[in-house]
Design a protein around this ligand. Structure first.
Ligand code: PLP
Length: 365
């Protein structure tokens, strides 16, 4: 059996990408907000039903641009320890201090009930993650932010295609960001986007993602966060398949739900959420069981991932160590199972049989 990884990048038919390549060769316009990028931005805005949106070179720089656009410099940022390292590194890279607030064990998102206790006079913002595309407690977070005059940024790296209360999950907060990395369900090879609520902030992002100048007019400090025409071309191809991809992922997730119902609790999708089935996490009894199951799956060339491990509050290069018992515990015993367009039923059955056998203790050596 070929190796099965937690994800596999979706690739459109080569002929469709080739058509866009031909147009790039004709125009000789490879980057710098080219025609294809403009076209993709319009199409993604239409798909997400948002007014303003900027595509950038990746989802990490999107968070950094968001912090910069909101003038958050050197302050404390309340954030989650349960995410990919990019959420924390973006904060540190912008010379801010992450203050970790523990998570809910049921949806893996920041525990909004614990946020207030972590607020100090230096707190500038809340940077929460819609982990695996499941919304944080948006109402509670926004009400705390309003009360304490804090900015809210949502790292929606996993949230493309998720709707909450009838609108894109990426339209909440002062700013939402997303990742269009090759492993995501919608991708531009590398890429990401930023959606800001206020026009003024959106205009600042537009400027800062391109060095902070318009032609010969140098207006503010900026950076290079531009996406190329090759990335845009991939996005234009892939956008046409998003609905099909989500539908297929839903079927795979439901098959997992069914075949694993004796051994794992399925992740609950709250009401008012139209989900994108971006991940299929399972939480095991303890780390020993987790590593044992990983080994059993690896022996069959199946490679789930420990998303997210380690808990980010334990990163050794942080100045202050903060304790987040729920996140630390979940990090040790969570695995995300393979989930991607094209994952074959026979392989899903092998994955589930291996898990069932292992967890029901039938794998007596
Ligand atoms: C939660 C989260 N935030 C941020 C990122 C960073 O995105 P990118 O890889 O596009 O820089 C990722 C990437 O996987 C992620 O999972």
């Amino acid at each position: 059996m070929k190796n099965i990884y937690v994800t596999k990048s979706f690739l459109p038919p080569m002929s469709k990408y080739q058509k866009y390549l031909d147009s790039i060769w004709d125009s000789c316009h490879l980057t710098n907000q080219g025609m294809l990028l403009n076209e993709l931005e319009e199409k993604v805005k239409k798909y997400l039903k948002v007014k303003d949106m900027h595509i950038v070179s990746n989802g990490t720089i999107a968070i950094q641009l968001a912090l910069n656009a909101l003038d958050i410099v050197e302050g404390e940022i309340i954030t989650t320890p349960f995410s990919y390292v990019a959420t924390t590194s973006a904060i540190l890279w912008e010379r801010c201090t992450p203050v970790f607030v523990d998570i809910n064990s049921d949806n893996f998102c920041i525990d909004a009930e614990k946020i207030e206790k972590a607020i100090t006079k230096n707190t500038k913002a809340i940077l929460a993650v819609h982990v695996f595309g499941i919304p944080c407690d948006i109402e509670k977070i926004e009400s705390i932010a309003k009360r304490y005059n804090l900015k809210v940024i949502y790292d929606g790296a996993h949230a493309f295609g998720v709707n909450y209360k009838g609108k894109s999950l990426l339209s909440y907060g002062d700013i939402s960001t997303c990742s269009f990395h090759a492993t995501k369900l919608f991708h531009t090879i590398e890429g990401g986007c930023i959606i800001a609520k206020e026009k003024k902030i959106s205009e600042k992002i537009e400027l800062t993602r391109r060095f902070g100048h318009h032609d010969d007019k140098y207006i503010c400090l900026g950076i290079n966060a531009k996406a190329s025409e090759f990335q845009a071309a991939m996005g234009l191809c892939n956008l046409k398949y998003v609905e099909k991809i989500i539908k297929s992922r839903k079927e795979i997730a439901e098959t997992y739900d069914y075949l694993l119902s004796d051994v794992v609790n399925k992740m609950m999708i709250p009401c008012e959420v139209e989900y994108n089935y971006s991940y299929y996490p399972i939480v095991l009894k303890d780390e020993v069981e987790t590593l044992h199951l990983m080994k059993k799956l690896n022996d069959k060339n199946i490679y789930p991932r420990r998303y997210f491990y380690p808990s980010l509050n334990t990163l050794t290069y942080l100045k202050n160590q903060q304790h987040c018992p729920v996140s630390e515990d979940i990090s040790l015993r969570i695995l995300c199972l393979p989930l991607y367009y094209g994952l074959e039923m026979k392989n899903i059955e092998i994955i589930c049989a291996t898990i069932n056998e292992c967890l029901l203790n039938l794998d007596i050596a």
